[in-house]
Design a binder for this molecule. Structure first.
Ligand code: NAP
Length: 264
């Protein structure tokens, strides 16, 4: 039985993850981490049934020392996720991180920490299998189509931009294509930001609108042709098989894996 704790249980992703772990036969939900007073047990929260008698902690350190979970799944906010990840690794708990917003430096720090501690850690910008395949196919296509732009579209409550998926897609593309500036050499923005953000010359455009969940297009332009890869998550169930897979996988790892494409 894998003893799992979840951070952010009342959130849109957190609620789905709580139900997923509760239903899973080889997992036990041993605690949740919130940052607001919601009672001592998850069963006191209106989002969950009375049968969910799972202790609620407001402080990760005391959760770790009291409960000693095997895995901590983070579905909180970009503000706390780095601190949560390092605290887990310091205290021998394997992090499975869905929260996005890591900088390259923070990723590097966590990679070194996991290696030094001989501990598994998974940071997945996207748990949806289709999105993972889109990133993989994008890095394949970039070897043939070096001119590429990314349009990511999310709900308007998302805190970070660009999305972790767009950032990771750009990193994977940058590994296989020579750096170069796209568009006209004398291109000028008459409205700042019109050309989007740039990662190694790859333009990323972030759309935020109510009604959306998580969507991305990767556009490759060539002579007389446009090749488009597109993935849509229509609900948060699309992420849950990736979360279950990661909780199982992280138990056997002794290093940090960034992106599910590296272990699928
Ligand atoms: P959300 O609905 O805002 O949920 C976040 C939850 O975390 C809220 O209940 C929030 O409480 C709580 N929270 C905030 N700070 C906390 C802390 N320090 N400790 C414990 N709980 C805390 O957001 P969401 O849509 O579920 O997304 C959560 C994260 O997952 C985001 O970073 C998002 O980008 C990411 N995400 C990842 C994937 C993936 O496949 N990897 C897919 C979708 C989303 P309050 O609302 O009361 O502040």
């Amino acid at each position: 039985m894998i003893r799992v704790a979840i951070g952010g249980p009342r959130g849109k992703m957190g609620q789905e993850a709580v139900h997923t772990v509760m239903k899973n036969e080889n997992m036990e939900l041993v605690a949740v981490l919130d940052h607001k007073e919601i009672g001592e047990s998850l069963s006191e929260s209106p989002e969950f049934p009375a049968s969910y008698d799972v202790p609620v902690f407001l402080d990760l350190e005391s959760l770790i020392f009291t409960i000693k979970p095997d895995v901590f799944v983070d579905l909180t906010t970009p503000h706390q996720v780095f601190e949560h990840t390092t605290m887990c690794l310091q205290h021998g708990v394997r992090p499975v991180i869905g929260t996005t917003g890591f900088t390259d430096e923070q990723l590097q720090y966590c990679t070194t920490l996991a290696k030094n501690k001989d501990l598994g850690c998974i940071i997945a910008p996207n748990f949806a299998i289709g999105a993972v395949l889109m990133m993989k196919f994008a890095s394949l296509a970039a070897a043939y189509f070096p001119d590429v732009e990314i349009i990511e579209m999310h709900h308007d409550q998302k805190l970070d931009a660009p999305s972790g998926t767009a950032y990771k897609t750009a990193q994977m593309i940058a590994e296989v294509r020579p750096t170069h500036k796209q568009g006209h050499v004398e291109e000028k923005e008459t409205l700042p930001g019109a050309r989007g953000a740039s990662y190694d010359g790859i333009q990323i455009h972030s759309v935020r609108l109510p009604g959306l969940i998580a969507h991305q297009q990767v556009l490759f332009g060539g002579d007389g042709q446009l090749f488009t890869l597109r993935h849509d998550s229509f609900n948060r169930q699309s992420f849950m098989s990736g979360i279950s897979f990661s909780i199982n996988q992280v138990m056997d790892l002794k290093e940090l894996i960034y992106g599910l494409e590296n272990i699928l």
